[in-house]
Ligand binder design. Structure first.
Ligand SMILES: [Zn+2]
Length: 194
């Protein structure tokens, strides 16, 4: 059984194929912001996709990383990596729109993964890990560091975007769209690329 997912050490692709990931993430965002997760099969397929995405990430990791060795720190690395595919504007403290839920103009602040998307993603991966035989006490997705990180992301984004996540109970996306401006395309799902 030397079949570890190693091997790829000479494969230096600095630009990862973004399609599967962004699709997964976009779908995650959609799942997080659309109505209640009524259809279990949808959740299941999303979970499977997330799991595959994470497996792919491990494979491309340098040095290669096996699931057994994966820790909460690696999960954090993964979450930060996903930020480059994010679609949620998170204002920096220096931005004049810091704390504005609906900024009147564009700004150069970075796009990130929305907290809700990450939170939902981690929930699915955590479940998938155990479904694939992982022990709950070793579950890297349930690590304390991951929980703390998510909480920090939530608080930071709540401040930067002027949105309180406490009130929102995962019912539906916030309605406050001003008369003329269309609400930001928070869940721009990519049509099934690849
Ligand atoms: Zn800004």
């Amino acid at each position: 059984m030397t079949m570890a997912a190693a091997a790829e050490s000479s494969n230096s692709e600095s630009t990862p194929t973004s399609s599967p990931l962004s699709a997964a993430v976009a779908a995650a965002a959609a799942a997080a912001s659309t109505s209640p997760p009524a259809t279990p099969s949808r959740y299941e397929s999303q979970k499977r996709r997330d799991w595959n995405t994470f497996g792919q990430y491990l494979k491309n990791h340098r040095p290669p990383l096996s699931l057994a060795r994966c820790s909460g720190a690696h999960v954090l690395e993964f979450l930060r990596y996903l930020d480059q595919f994010g679609k949620t504007k998170v204002h920096t403290g220096m931005c004049p729109f810091f704390g504005h839920p609906n900024p009147p103009a564009p700004c150069p602040c970075p796009l990130r993964q929305a907290w809700g998307s990450l939170d939902a993603l981690i929930g699915r991966l955590r479940a998938a890990y155990e479904e694939h035989g992982g022990k709950p006490e070793a579950n890297p997705f349930g690590a304390r560091a991951v929980r703390l990180y998510l909480r920090e992301v939530r608080d930071t984004q709540a401040k930067a975007r002027g949105i309180s996540y406490e009130k929102k109970k995962r019912k539906r996306p916030p309605p406050p769209a001003p008369p003329q401006a269309a609400p930001p395309p928070q869940s721009a799902v990519l049509p099934g690329a690849t």
